[in-house]
Design a protein around this ligand. Sequence first.
Ligand code: SAH
Length: 354
Amino acid sequence: MTEPTRQENSAADLLPERLARAITLGGAIPLSQFMAAANTHYYATRDPLGARGDFTTAPEISQMFGELVGAWIADLWTRTGRPPADYVELGPGRGTLAADALRVMDTGGFAPGVHFVETSPLLRAEQAKRVPAAEWCMELVGLPDDRPLIVVANEFFDALPIRQLVKTVDGWRERLIACQDTLFLPVMGNTVFDPIIPHHLRDAAEGSILETSPQGVTVMRGLAQRIVAQGGAALVIDYGYEGPAIGETLQAVKGHAPANPFDAPGDADLTAHVDFATLAEAARAEGAVVHGPVSQGNFLKALGIDARAATLSVKGGEDVIVARNRLVNDGQMGDLFGVIAVTAPGWPVPAGFA
Ligand code: SAH
C-alpha cells in the first residue's frame, strides 16, 4: 500500500485543512464566509440528492412538482401574450424540475431558451443529461438582457450563506468561526452591530440570534432589476418564514440526518430558512411586484395537484398519493415551505396567488 498522493485525496478532505490554515493566519471568519466555503465545496464534489444522497427535494419526490411549475409558467406566458422569453433556473440540482416543467411548457406551445445559473461542475453534468439544450452561467450577469426571463428557484436561496448576529450583554455581535487545531467553533466578534438591528428586535433577550442573508438579498435585487427592465417573473420556493425574526435556523444535513454544522465543513449540506419578507422588500425596492408568500401546499392545490395525482395514480398507484401527501400536507412540505412570485409591473397576477 502506498500513501495516496495529494491529487488522489478527495477535495473535501482538504477543505477543513485549508479553512483551518486561513483562520489560524487571519483570525476568526464570519459564519457567512465559512458557510460559503463549505457549500461551494459540498456541491462541487457530489450529487447530494435522492435516497442515496443527503437530502431529497420536491422535484425529486414526484414529477408532479415540475409539471405544475411548467403549467404555471405556460399559463403566465399565455396570459402575457406569448412573448419571446427564456426559462432560467437558479441552482437546478439534477435538472429534474426543469425537464418536467419544459415538457409541460412545450405542450402549452412555449419552447423557451434555457439558462441555468449553477456553480457546481458536477451538477452541471447531471443537468446536461436531462436538459441537453441548456446554457450555463455562474451568476445573473451571464443571462440574456434583451427579452423577458421566467425564473425558478427551488431550494436555492436556503443554500446561500447567512450571517448570525447574537444579542450579548454588550450588545449585538456577529458570530464568527474560530478554530483550534482542526476543530471549528463559533465565537463572538468584537464589533457591535446594534445600529443595523431592526428597532423592534433590538431589546431581545440575551442569547437571541438574528440571521441575515446579504447574498440572498443581492440575488433577489439582481433578479428584480432584470425582471423590471426586461419583463418576466420569478418563482421562489423554499423553507421559510416572514422576518426579520429572532431564531436560529442554520442546519447541517448528512445522509438524511441532522449533523453538526461546524464538523467536517464541505461534507454536509448547510442551509438556513429563507426570510420571505426581506426578499419581498428587496424585490419591491427595485420596482417589481411581489405575490405571496403562500404555502407550498396551497400553491400546488391551486395549480391542480389533486387532478394530476388522480390521473397518475391509475398507473402509479399508492406511490403517487404518498408523494402528493408529502408535497402538500401540513407537517410535511405543505406548510413548511413557502412560495413567492415576483413579476414585472403590468404582468398578470400569476396562478396560485389570486
Ligand atoms: N433546485 C434543485 C437543487 C437544490 S440544491 C432541487 O430542487 O432539486 C441547491 C442547488 O443550488 C444545487 O444545484 C447547487 O449546486 C446550487 N447552488 C448552491 N449555491 C449556489 C450559488 N451560489 N450559485 C449557483 N448555484 C448554487
